[in-house]
Design a protein around this ligand. Sequence first.
Ligand SMILES: *[C@@H]1O[C@H](CO)[C@@H](O)[C@H](O)[C@H]1NC(C)=O
Ligand SMILES: *[C@@H]1O[C@H](CO)[C@@H](O)[C@H](O)[C@H]1NC(C)=O
Ligand SMILES: *[C@@H]1O[C@H](CO)[C@@H](O)[C@H](O)[C@H]1NC(C)=O
Ligand SMILES: *[C@@H]1O[C@H](CO)[C@@H](O)[C@H](O)[C@H]1NC(C)=O
Ligand SMILES: *[C@@H]1O[C@H](CO)[C@@H](O)[C@H](O)[C@H]1NC(C)=O
Ligand SMILES: *[C@@H]1O[C@H](CO)[C@@H](O)[C@H](O)[C@H]1NC(C)=O
Ligand SMILES: CC(=O)N[C@H]1CO[C@H](CO)[C@@H](O)[C@@H]1O
Length: 254
Amino acid sequence: MFLRLSAVVLGFLLAVSAFPHIPTSFVLVGDSTTANGTTPNSGGWGNGFCGSTNTSTPSSLAPGTPCINTAHNGATTGSFVANGFFNISIAAIKAEVAKGRRTLVTIQFGHNDMKIAPPESMGANMTEMVRQIRALGAEPVLVTSLTRRTFFGNGTIQDALGPWADETILVAQRLGTHLLDLHAKSIAYCEEIGPDAAHRLNREPNDNTHLNHNGTIVFGRILADLMAASFPYQLPIVPNPPLTFNITNGIPSF
Ligand SMILES: *[C@@H]1O[C@H](CO)[C@@H](O)[C@H](O)[C@H]1NC(C)=O
Ligand SMILES: *[C@@H]1O[C@H](CO)[C@@H](O)[C@H](O)[C@H]1NC(C)=O
Ligand SMILES: *[C@@H]1O[C@H](CO)[C@@H](O)[C@H](O)[C@H]1NC(C)=O
Ligand SMILES: *[C@@H]1O[C@H](CO)[C@@H](O)[C@H](O)[C@H]1NC(C)=O
Ligand SMILES: *[C@@H]1O[C@H](CO)[C@@H](O)[C@H](O)[C@H]1NC(C)=O
Ligand SMILES: *[C@@H]1O[C@H](CO)[C@@H](O)[C@H](O)[C@H]1NC(C)=O
Ligand SMILES: CC(=O)N[C@H]1CO[C@H](CO)[C@@H](O)[C@@H]1O
């Protein structure tokens, strides 16, 4: 019975992923917890979501789906614009929209914004990013900050990013954008797998912020599943049932 049911579920998932979608592109905007990890003090979920031939990281997307990671380590919403990185994002968005593609743009900040200003400052800057992205004919998708994997002795996550996640949610509600609550989902999963397994996903043993290869696979899948749920049956996201099973059930994959 279980096998039969699994076969039906698998068949359904394959059918969904094979469905001819509107040509879609993704552009990622954010800090090091989204970035591709090419520089030290970097490495987020972007490679696991987009895939990376450079690091042999499998993609969460159907083959041929453009996914352009413009996230930059150390960036706040303010410095991302002031240092010209947002202009690089804008150029990528324009190029994808010009090809007639539905272009989804993720925006995730907080890790560095929290070091310099209250949440409302990030919120105001995010609001302006959303306005500009919409003006280009693309769709902003707000993402709450990936959690740091720092634990209290009792096994709960020591969360400092909460107010910045809440601000992101507030901006999404005010502006009516899609919202992926990566902050809540990543806290829940890290608390379920516990500190030892969570720290095996660290880029360096004592770096609880950035992700190694296995970490980008896990959190890239969490992002992909949140995205697929937010746009049901619309996106060229390829399911990974065994990895999603581990994530949903709090089982460490690595
Ligand atoms: C990583 O991201 C940076 C900044 O966007 C970009 O310059 C670089 O080409 C990317 N590297 C790879 C291997 O994708
Ligand atoms: C938001 O942008 C303004 C400049 O427009 C900048 O002064 C401020 O520091 C930025 N806030 C954050 C949190 O980056
Ligand atoms: C980004 O592009 C705009 C429009 O071309 C320009 O006015 C602005 O100076 C650019 N920002 C940076 C930091 O180069
Ligand atoms: C865990 O410890 C922290 C820090 O002492 C405390 O704030 C929190 O309430 C505790 N949580 C639980 C579930 O015991
Ligand atoms: C799921 O977790 C198990 C137990 O750690 C592991 O052996 C397996 O490789 C994981 N599967 C995936 C797809 O990550
Ligand atoms: C990733 O997981 C594999 C399989 O468990 C393991 O062999 C490898 O050492 C891990 N990589 C890192 C960087 O921890
Ligand atoms: C993160 C990573 O492995 N980056 C490598 C990508 O490839 C270039 C050469 O093309 C290397 O210099 C980077 O170290």
